[in-house]
Design a protein around this ligand. Structure first.
Ligand code: GLU
Length: 436
């Protein structure tokens, strides 16, 4: 059996961190099993669906490295839905309904006020049909067939169809609600695993009967616990946190992928530079039932850790030419983002205006400047330089190192000077010491 998964966003907005997590888990599962990962654009709502969002979804998946093995669009498949709908109608599994939203609302309130569950009540056979009213359509649940499945995350699930409302599958204007086209597509595309958020669990109960009514075995289901913000519930921020803003903040796609792959699972979040170990480890049995907490601070930290062992080749196309491999290796332990690397280019090559040295530091700088011409730059110049300045002035520790670091880099902090100094041209370093 070839594993086939799908990510099925509605193109009515940009992807946010929560959608991306679902996409990622579907992708990881397909890749782990040598299967296929499909992008299904759920654009049955022609009014709210926008082409720019479709393009954005593709671009975001590409940025994240989630390559797709095919793309489908629900708006191109209406003829298929129509045909399956007719079959279900003929079999009595979908039926026409005429209630207005107001009527349904009143009925719901009456039931609730009597302490009864607000379940839709079917009209008796032969009930009068209002004239001139176009019906909407419901799927007739089989009340005699309890619904059961073993969810890959949640374990055994059981629903009593008698306690559920027959779901509306089609509106009076002929447009489709999400439930039925999704099942028709899952069958037609041979989807083996449906991975989505636990907000879909009750949909799944109804959809399992739709699979059966359409003569197909249901897919396997994994309903993952939802993602919440640091405040505990799905924050506004999280719901709108798109890939563009993360990219602008300097978050690497692999950092987001590494976090979302493991968040809420019993596997630790690790600063991986490649997706292979994440593919290897995905296992829905290791997903927790509690909401997974997404913390932007944790993401920034993970991003930083990943950069610390990211190879030059992986980022070279985003670095100024001045940041050679050796220079990248020297500065990466100090970077929060790749973009910050550019700030180090003048530290290596200038232009550079060393800060005015403090009076007390001048002796150290003068000693270093005097020693520099005799130092072999290819052979640990930092130790030679500090050794000479120490001998001449008696300064040591911070009083020795800080003025030199400041004069040579313009900064109080940074990479190990022993690594950095050989990467600064000797004449440039000499000029900086002399400019004190
Ligand atoms: N378009 C649906 C949604 O975004 C797809 C749900 C599913 O994966 O079946 O909620």
């Amino acid at each position: 059996m070839t594993v086939i998964t799908r990510f099925a966003p509605s193109p009515t907005g940009s992807l946010h961190v929560g959608n991306v997590r679902t996409a990622l888990h579907n992708w990881l599962w397909a890749r782990k099993h040598g299967g296929r990962f499909l992008l299904r654009i759920d654009d049955t709502d022609l009014e709210r669906s926008k082409e720019e969002y479709v393009e954005g979804i593709r671009a975001d998946l590409a940025w994240l490295g989630l390559d797709i093995d095919g793309e489908e669009r629900q708006s191109a498949r209406f003829a298929l839905y129509e045909g399956e709908f007719e079959k279900l109608k003929a079999a009595g599994r979908v039926y026409a309904c005429y209630e207005t939203p107001e009527e349904l609302d009143i009925r719901r309130k009456v039931l609730l006020s009597r302490g009864l569950p607000p379940v839709y009540e079917r009209k008796p056979e032969g009930a009068p049909v209002p004239e001139g009213v176009a019906p909407h359509w419901r799927f007739r649940l089989d009340h005699d067939a309890p619904i059961e499945w073993t969810d890959m995350v949640r374990g055994p699930q059981h629903f009593e169809p008698k306690t559920m409302s027959d779901p509306v599958v089609r509106r009076a204007d002929g447009s489709w609600l999400y439930l039925l086209p999704s099942v028709i597509d899952d069958i037609a595309m041979g989807i083996t695993h449906v991975v989505r958020g636990e907000d879909h669990v009750s949909n799944t109960a109804a959809q399992i009967q739709m699979f059966e009514a359409l003569g197909a075995a249901p897919a396997a289901f994994a309903h993952e616990a939802l993602l919440v913000g640091t405040e505990g519930k799905l924050s506004k921020r999280l719901g709108s946190l798109g890939m563009a803003s993360l990219r602008d903040e300097g978050i690497e796609p692999i950092a987001l992928v590494a976090l979302l792959a493991r968040l809420g699972t019993s596997d630790p979040v690790e600063p991986v530079t490649h997706v292979a170990p994440l593919i290897e480890s995905i296992d829905f049995a290791r997903f927790g039932r509690a909401p997974a907490r997404f913390d932007e601070g944790e993401l920034a930290l993970l991003n930083q850790k990943i950069l610390h062992h990211t190879d030059h080749a992986a980022v070279a196309d985003r670095l100024p030419a001045a940041i050679t491999e050796a220079r990248w290796n020297a500065i990466r332990p100090n970077l929060m983002t790749v973009a910050e690397a550019a700030d180090w280019a003048p530290v290596f090559d200038g232009p550079f205006a060393p800060p005015l040295a403090e009076e007390t530091d001048r002796a150290v700088l003068a000693a270093a400047a005097g020693a520099v011409s005799g130092i072999d730059w290819a052979n640990d110049p930092w130790h030679a330089l500090t050794g000479a300045a120490k001998e001449a002035t008696g300064a040591k520790g911070r009083a020795l190192f800080l003025p030199l670091r400041r004069a040579l880099t313009g900064r109080d902090h940074g990479p190990d000077m022993a690594e950095l100094l050989p990467l600064i041209d000797k004449s440039e370093a000499t000029a900086r010491l002399l400019a004190r």
